[in-house]
Design a protein around this ligand. Structure first.
Ligand code: FAD
Length: 320
């Protein structure tokens, strides 16, 4: 049985100037923390949740992270990543970063009334999945509700699943899910799907996918886990219908967590733009993981970014 260890508060001397402050303790931040600590940098990682791990902590299990032949508990993997980094000297603080001053040579990170200083800053604040906002949505995330087909699609072989959304991501993910599921129903609130024409062409060739328009998921009833019920409302006449299915995949947008750097760093569609060293448009300010402009947002790619960015930051600091 896995037991979650809560972080014990560490004494952090606020007067010092750290080599590096990492904002966000998901897989990217924790990996960068591990590598940077092994380079003997003085590193502080600040994570707003009381447990590190980011989106990993919201997954029941993960089965596509290399090195584990059996599915590994998301929270366990997150905790192991944090403990490993701390063993090498990573300091952590569980607090919400309110603002950043990135222009000065020594950068400042404001947490409540406190200011922490560092020669370099790494932003690994990740993304937040768009939620439907229905009752029990968070409770059943990872247990019948998912926001990631690449991650959870293979868990639904020969099953019936709903896909919520009508844009490119929703339709592409529905096509992906049809490789595993026996039936996929796309539920979209609008009159037409908004995915691009080539994506819609691919959809037309799919025989397992059905599309229901002008409809919204109003409620779920998972009181019997083997017989999950989804209450769907037709927005044109307010009629409701109950659909039984094994799971629901929600693709109603993903928001990068970049409020902290809006107007301070160059962004593209809300994501942070970096160069191939993962440096932003301000020297000494780096970003990695899901929060940057990239194609594939997964734990393995976040971890890869974390390793690379720590290497580049170490090089940058050694030249100062
Ligand atoms: C439901 C779901 C299932 C998934 N399944 C898989 C899977 O099976 N396999 C896979 O490879 N990937 C999966 N993913 C994707 C994977 O979780 C992400 O790609 C990965 O977690 C990204 O890591 P990250 O460190 O960049 O960001 P995140 O994991 O998003 O971590 C960002 C961290 O920053 C913190 N933060 C944000 N703002 C602040 C602030 N102001 N101050 C302090 N801290 C802050 C957040 O609390 C969070 O802990 C899944 C994602 C979801 C949502």
């Amino acid at each position: 049985m896995f037991e979650l260890n809560l972080n014990l508060a560490q004494e952090i001397d606020k007067a010092q100037t750290f080599d590096l402050i990492i904002v966000g303790g998901g897989p990217a931040g924790l990996t960068a923390g591990l590598y940077a600590a092994r380079y003997k940098l003085n590193v502080l990682l600040i994570e707003k949740s009381f447990i590190s791990g980011g989106q990993l902590t919201g997954m029941e299990t993960i089965e596509n992270y290399p090195g584990f032949s059996e599915p590994v508990l998301g929270q366990k993997l997150a905790q192991d990543m944090e403990e490993q980094a701390k063993k090498f000297g990573l300091k952590t603080l569980n607090a919400f970063v309110d603002s950043l001053d990135l222009q000065k040579e020594v950068k400042e990170v404001t947490v409540g009334d406190d200011i922490y200083k560092a020669k370099a800053i790494l932003i690994t604040t990740g993304t937040s999945s768009g939620k439907l906002g229905i009752k029990h949505e968070s409770e059943f995330t990872g247990r019948g509700i998912s926001y990631c087909a690449t991650c959870d699609g293979p868990l639904y072989p020969n099953k019936k699943v709903l896909v919520i959304g009508g844009g490119n991501t929703a339709v592409k993910e529905a096509i992906f899910l049809a490789k595993y599921a026996r039936e996929v129903i796309i539920i979209h609130s609008g009159e037409n799907l908004t995915a691009a024409a080539p994506v819609l062409e691919k959809l037309q060739a799919e025989t397992k996918i059905k599309v229901v328009l002008n409809s919204n998921v109003k409620a779920i009833d998972f009181s019997e886990m083997n017989n999950k019920k989804f209450i769907i409302e037709d927005s044109s006449n307010k009629h409701t219908e109950t659909i039984e299915a094994d799971g629901m995949f929600i693709f109603v947008g993903t928001t990068p967590n970049t409020k902290l750097v809006e107007g301070k760093l160059e962004l593209e569609k809300g994501y942070i733009k970096t160069d191939c060293s993962l440096q932003t448009d301000i020297p000494g300010v780096y970003a990695a993981g899901d929060v940057i402009v990239k194609e594939l947002r997964q734990v393995a790619t976040a971890v890869g970014d974390g390793a690379l960015v720590a290497y580049k930051i170490n090089k940058y600091l050694s030249k100062l």
